[in-house]
Design a protein around this ligand. Sequence first.
Ligand code: ADP
Ligand code: MG
Length: 626
Amino acid sequence: MSAKVPFESREKIPFKTETRQILNILIHSLYSEREVFIRELISNASDALTRMQFELLTNRDVLDADAEAGIWVSGDPQAKTLTIRDNGIGMDAQEMAENLGTIAHSGARAFIEAAAEQPGAISDIIGQFGVGFYSAFMAAESIEVVSRSYHPGGTAARWVAQDEETFSIQPAEKADRGTIIVIHLKEDAQEFAQEDRLREIIRKHSDFIPHPIFLGSSTEPVNQQSAIWRKQPSTLKNEDYTNFYRQFTLDHQEPLLKLHLTVDAPVQMYALLYVPQSPERSIFSPRKDEGVKLYARKVLIQEYSKDLLPAYLRFVDGVVDSEDLPLNVARESVQSNRVMAQLKRVITNKLVDALNTLGKEQPEKYAQFWKVYSRYIKEGIATDPEALVPLTPLLRFQTAKNPTGWTSLEEYTSASPSHQDKIYYLLGDNERLLASSPHLEGFKAQGTDVLLMADPLDSFVLLKLEQFDGKQLVNAAQADAPVQTVDQPEPEPETSLGEEQRSQMLERIRSVLGDRIADVRATDRLVESPARLVDADGAMKPEIQRVYRLLNQEMDAPKKVLEVNLRHPLIQRLALTAAENTVTPLVIEQLYENALLLEGSVTDPAKMIARIQDLMTAALENSHDQ
Ligand code: ADP
Ligand code: MG
């Protein structure tokens, strides 16, 4: 803050424009769940206490060093006020001017934008969005804050906002550390002076705040407070976990997966981890970064710890709490701590196990997970050498036999016949094209399944994944289907074409397509299709070609070999057609173009349409002659 706010004056200081905009929206909104402002004020009090605890780890030279942390909430129906007090870190006058006079955090701007975009949905926005301190204006006529910082030499100050336009700051009397917020309630907000109503609101929205909340003159906390992750899983109901999750994340959906760990060896740890239904943090989410909350003996050490999980699990949210971490770990030195490495290993293994179990026991839910998070798992395999083995069982693919479902490598191998010692895959850009690719024909004829890999990330996975369960992964475009040894039907006669006709035809194709192809040859791997394109021997592996292409590397696509099916009527016709027939080059061009299309290659549609029209004309002329 460069411009010093004249906080000592009794004059009214105008709120910043942005703040005024927000206050205006809040004051005039008819939001039925405006009770959430109490959640926001309690959460600020809790943050102030947590920051105080952290300070006390290394600094005892503070005001009221021995005070018991607490939050006190009371309503006064006669005075029409609601008061929230804490003995947290407190604020001096300057801090009040900065923290309460402006809305600095980026969320504020996002709020104004969201409100402007969907004026009808303001209630929703307020409900989910941490508008923080300002949300009190939904219920307040005016707000008064008296605070004293933990710094021993400081003095107290009073911040008052009578309306949404201005605030004032002046010196105040307050002997102890912390903050008192007095809300003078609007006429229609008198419910918030009723203690029964307050109890209900605190239980609903702030039950898991990790500090005691006292209501009225009661000395018994109204919130559960005891960290849910420190409880035995057997004592908790599913509902408890969901409630905690909702208060923790403000996500209105249920989590996709939860994992509660209480571990004693090799390292002591409580962890409660969640996989949300979506990894996107909405602007409403209180989570401002990736990472999990790290507690050492109940004290929050890191709000977004990134050292407890590998990068590919960064979508996991939750809490890790260990008794084995030294309490005085400075934030910077946390990551080099030996215990951290142990925690990371245990948590990672357990999470991967839990995902595997979900895959086996709840395939539908796992499919939901896979749809959203497959890119993280594939990223892990592609970038983290330690991840290949544990993450491979989590992979799912569409297959030629089951093109709409998800199949694991284990399911693929256990469904394959015993004579099949390989895992076949086919790479492509598009699932639908892959499922009808000519490369699959030989495999379909032998009843062999093939994994269909249409996701660009699959190419990166293939660079690392060479085998599974001792079975090599092989590209179906470059391999023969494994031949069944028993009950093998008589092979069909290849073709009635003579050697001469055959080589003439191949030569004709070669001369029409010229150097667009590496070669032309006959194949018996095709059944229904007349032709296909394959990589030339010694060409760069297709997955590597794709990786280069995806990384936008300049690379000329290597020329391919056109393989033709001599049993196909079109090819047989072609061989029997006189060399001087003018339709022949058109047919060859189109044959090649069709094969390109099936590979997902882009061709020139205008040119192709003109050619097809010529072919149609020729076909009609032909039938007219007859
Ligand atoms: P946020 O909590 O997201 O930072 P808020 O609008 O809720 O935003 O609060 C703004 C700031 O005001 C806080 O970051 C904090 O610095 C200060 N603040 C609010 N309430 C308290 C409190 N009870 N004790 C100390 N500081 C507080
Ligand atoms: Mg807040």
